[in-house]
Ligand binder design. Structure first.
Ligand code: UDP
Ligand code: MG
Length: 339
């Protein structure tokens, strides 16, 4: 137990125009890192990786200067603004082979960095994906709270597995990260994809604070785009809705048809009304059903082109007999262990 290898921990921080918060972020993150290293929850070679997502302010200059003065700080500069999710993924890809687990956290200190300690305790207990979940949203504006809640509800109703009130504050083991990188989609919506990876996971709860300094880099327009991206890149339910609407309309067309015919028989109609009524409803229904049907195939194509892994292996037990046992063995070449 004494000589157990300590995990190399990396902390990945996407930064876009964050010169105002960065100095404080560096102080807090290096403090917590030093603490978990002292407590032997992390190896001394653990580090923080700041990903500069094409900032237009002095963010990168700051990262460079912190890199020179702090032994635990490293940086990655993207050539242009790729967006939060892509910047985060870039950082995670860069640390995957260099660390045993990676923690992603925003630069603005809204997510309490002290929770990292709890993440690492859970990691030692054998959890491989640990979600940071906000306990309350009191510091958010009413509007942000309301829209976020509506968003989670909508995602759930569309069959997307997503952890409620969890943003991108999480720990993933190296193994989980390697599997995450098998998802080749370009519409990255990490909090929807990570649960698809699987492995033993748990939640850690914390209070979310206000942004330490600077402004949100997610104005309403970006937020809506993000939500829409999440839905359309994880769910084909909207297409199914079209098909359902088609069937509904078709049903209505039958009723409307019967109604029109009855009206005609009673003699309540003028010439041409019945045929118009029946055909308008009927054609509408048929068209929507057809659209939905085509959409269904497009949905299939969309799933195909994502090339998502069909399954992810967690453990494998190989037969002991192949592990160099002696005895009345058949010809050796038949016992080649699987590469
Ligand atoms: N961010 C980024 N690229 C972008 C937008 C944001 O890397 O194009 C980073 C930003 O620096 C922060 C994190 O993503 O570390 C979350 O952004 P923000 O805190 O502004 O979002 P909010 O918390 O308001 O939803
Ligand atoms: Mg924030």
């Amino acid at each position: 137990m004494e000589h157990k290898k300590l995990p190399v921990v990396s902390i990945v921080v996407p930064c876009y125009n964050e010169e105002e918060v960065l100095p404080e972020t560096v102080i807090r993150l290096t403090a917590i890192l030093e603490r978990v290293i002292a407590e032997r929850l992390a190896a001394p070679s653990s580090f923080v990786l700041f990903v500069d997502d094409g900032s237009r302010d002095r963010t990168w200059e700051l990262i460079e200067s912190y890199h020179r003065t702090h032994p635990h700080i490293s940086g990655l500069k993207l050539a242009r603004n790729a967006g939060h999710q892509s910047a985060l993924l870039a950082g995670l890809q860069s640390v995957t082979t260099r660390s045993d687990c990676a923690i992603s956290i925003d630069a603005d200190l809204q997510d309490d960095p002290n929770v990292i300690r709890e993440f690492l305790v859970k990691f030692q207990e054998g959890y491989e994906v640990i979600y940071g979940v906000r306990d309350s949203r009191e510091t958010d504006t009413f509007f942000k709270r309301f829209t976020a809640q509506a968003f989670y509800k909508m995602m759930k109703s569309m069959g997307v597995k997503i952890t409620y009130n969890h943003a991108d504050y999480r720990l993933m083991s190296r193994r989980a990260l390697e599997q995450l990188h098998r998802f080749k989609e370009v519409n990255v919506f990490l909090r929807g994809i990570v649960p698809m990876v699987g492995f033993r996971s748990t939640n850690v709860y914390y209070d979310r604070h206000e942004r330490f300094a600077g402004e949100s880099k997610y104005p309403l327009k970006k937020m809506l785009a993000f939500a829409w991206d999440g839905i359309t890149s994880l769910s084909v339910t909207p297409i199914r809705l079209v098909t359902s609407a088609g069937f509904l309309l078709f049903l209505v067309s039958v009723i409307a048809g019967l109604y029109a015919i009855v009206q005609k028989l009673i003699g309540n109609t003028i010439a041409g009304w019945t045929s118009l009524m029946v055909s308008v409803w009927f054609i509408g229904g048929v068209q929507l059903i057809s659209l939905g049907l085509i959409g269904e195939y497009i949905g299939k194509i969309y799933k195909e082109v994502k090339h998502r892994p069909l399954f992810i292996v967690e453990k494998e037990l190989t037969p002991l007999v192949s592990a160099g046992t002696k005895g009345p063995a058949p010809a050796p070449q038949e016992l080649q262990p699987q590469g």
